[in-house]
Design a protein around this ligand. Structure first.
Ligand SMILES: [Fe+2]
Length: 239
């Protein structure tokens, strides 16, 4: 089962789909990519909104979309939570995880260095809430571009490492993709789709590019990891 774990498809919640028609077009594009399960992860900005208010908006948009969404795809709600050093103070943080799982999609600062303060704030989330952060599109952070080995520190805390499909596909991103994949930390690929034109569902091409430039085992690892998260199953290693 192909899972897209990071999407901005819910209508009118963030900078992704604005209308339900756009949401339905995105779901159709997901289907054409061979995707069978979609996680809706609208942006949650802790400095702007309480989790309670965000979840109300998200869940209303989800119900609205479900009234017209294809019934042969599977859906879960989550959030793309922007890092703040105070995240661990949010009692409702577990409610932002994907479905009923303990996996939280976490977006880090794009330009700022990754300080000890950041690592210890993320460790608090892991330790106090037993949450497993999924670090979103790691290739976009200046700190990671400068030193991909930093990803090992997230991995040691038990985090998952997600890369966007476009990074596998686009030629100008290939060098950074290779440097990041070489660390051996990447275990998830997702579309991070926002619309059907510029940031469209593209998992099929993303996996094809990953297969071409890396290997089949890596592709299977990423597909398997996304599926275990969606199904909230124990990860069993395989060879
Ligand atoms: Fe995103």
């Amino acid at each position: 089962m192909l899972v897209d774990l990071h999407t901005h498809i819910l209508p009118g919640v963030d900078d992704g789909a604005e209308t339900i028609e756009q949401s339905l077009a995105l779901l159709e594009a997901e289907r054409q990519n061979g995707v069978e399960a979609v996680v809706f992860t609208p942006h949650f900005l802790p400095q702007n909104e309480t989790p309670e208010r965000f979840l109300k908006r998200r869940d209303e948009a989800f119900q609205f979309l479900l009234s017209r969404a294809p019934t042969d795809l599977k859906y879960l709600c989550g959030a793309e939570v922007l890092y703040s050093q105070y995240l661990a103070n949010l009692e409702d943080l577990p409610k932002l995880c994907i479905g009923d799982t303990d996996y939280l999609l976490l977006e880090l600062p794009y330009q700022a260095p990754f300080t000890d303060k950041l690592f210890s704030a993320i460790w608090r989330i892991v330790d106090e809430y037993a949450i497993t952060p999924i670090i979103a599109h790691v290739e976009r952070y200046a700190a990671v571009q400068k030193d991909p080995e930093l990803l090992l520190q997230f991995k040691e805390m038990g985090c998952h490492i997600q890369v966007n499909a476009s990074t596998m596909i686009r030629r100008e991103m290939r060098q950074i993709a290779k440097r990041i994949v070489r660390t051996g930390t990447v275990d998830l690929l997702a579309s991070d789709c926002h619309d059907t034109e510029f940031r469209a569902p593209n998992l099929k091409a993303g996996f094809e590019a990953a297969q071409k430039h890396f290997d089949t085992h890596f592709v299977h690892l990423m597909q398997y990891t996304a599926q275990t998260i969606f199904e909230d199953r124990e990860w069993e290693s395989w060879n």
